[in-house]
Design a protein around this ligand. Structure first.
Ligand code: F6P
Length: 324
């Protein structure tokens, strides 16, 4: 008799809107394929602690529209050690779990790749992070919602900036990457965008402040948290010294970018990826990430997505510069 596939699903790293839609898709697609699906709570920490529950179709009812993750999440140090992973493996064995689907970012996939090799257990990754910084996929779950959150917030800041004739430096998340800053910057009509992937943006900003800023009612300068000058506060301070005539303010948007109702795009993306992860297990895939390229589902080896860096779209940088 063929062994029933028992799949564990977990969310790991920073939460992202749409993770619940992905969990729902994994559970329902798994049941559709006669699998048993287990929820592992608090990411790898729950795997180590044996915090595991069987999920059925009803357990994932009414969650597609909720931000955060019903399974909760964690950044787990213990999982970076062999001892931690061994404990985790023993718990998987105790529940009979013979495949794992991890919804998370590059840190989560690094752990998945290592454990998959060490204990010969299939791990399928679903990219879930607002940063959109994973190689091999155009989209990560949560990015679109985070972008819209930033755009809504900055539109409001723009009202104050215009009313007072101010320059606002707005810092957005993205870890070491500038995807959120670049795309939200374009959507908000930002006058400057500072991201780690592109050098020389500060000189462009200086040129802008020397002449053009004086002719404008307001300016928004979008700063990625990982850019080289030390973040929005530090840049704003330098600019204040150099241009004391400007009325300058700084806003750090912070964790509002991580929460909230997932957008339709994130829900659809998460649903497609969740189903694709189950299909990948049926196809006997062992250690891959599900990606989305040109709106098609693709498989990317986990070791490739964690090793390679995804670059920002250089055309978008050109567009941002041209439209200031
Ligand atoms: O990876 C998502 C992210 O929100 C990054 O953009 C940010 O640098 C980091 O997580 C913040 O992590 P934490 O919520 O653990 O402070």
């Amino acid at each position: 008799m063929e062994e029933i596939m028992k799949v564990g699903v977990l969310t790991s790293g920073g939460d992202a809107p749409g993770m619940n839609a992905a969990i729902r898709a994994v559970v329902r697609a798994g049941l559709h394929r006669n699998m048993e699906v287990y929820g592992i709570r608090r990411g790898y920490q729950g795997m180590i602690d044996g915090d595991i529950i069987k999920l059925d179709s009803v357990s994932v009812s009414g969650i597609i529209h909720q931000g955060g993750t019903i399974l909760q999440t964690a950044r787990c140090k213990e999982f970076t050690t062999y001892e931690g992973r061994k404990k985790a493996y023993e718990n998987l064995c105790a529940f009979g779990i013979n495949a794992v689907i991890v919804i998370g970012g590059d840190g989560s996939f690094t752990g998945a790749g290592i454990m998959s090799k060490e204990f010969n257990i299939p791990f399928i990754g679903i990219p879930g992070t607002i940063d959109n910084d994973l190689y091999g996929t155009d989209y990560t779950i949560g990015f679109d919602t985070a972008l819209n959150t930033v755009v809504n917030a900055v539109d409001k800041i723009r009202d104050t900036a215009s009313s007072h004739g101010r320059i606002f430096f707005v810092e957005v998340m993205g870890k070491e990457a500038g995807f959120v800053a670049l795309q939200s910057g374009i959507a908000c009509g930002a006058e400057g965008i500072l991201i780690p992937e592109e050098k020389g943006q500060i000189e462009k900003l200086m040129n802008y402040l020397t002449i053009r800023a004086k002719q404008k009612k307001s300016s928004i300068i979008m700063v990625a948290e990982g850019e080289d000058e030390g973040g929005a506060i530090s840049i704003a301070n330098k600019i204040k010294e150099r241009f004391p005539e400007y009325d300058i303010r700084t806003t750090i948007l912070g964790h509002i970018q991580r929460g909230g109702t997932p957008s339709a795009l994130d829900r659809i993306c998460a649903s497609r990826m969740g189903v694709a992860a189950i299909e990948a297990l049926i196809d006997d895939q062992k250690s891959i990430m599900i990606g989305m390229v040109n709106n098609e589902v693709v498989h990317v080896p986990l070791n490739k997505t964690v090793k390679l860096d995804k670059d920002v779209d250089r055309d978008l940088l050109g567009i941002a510069d041209m439209l200031v």
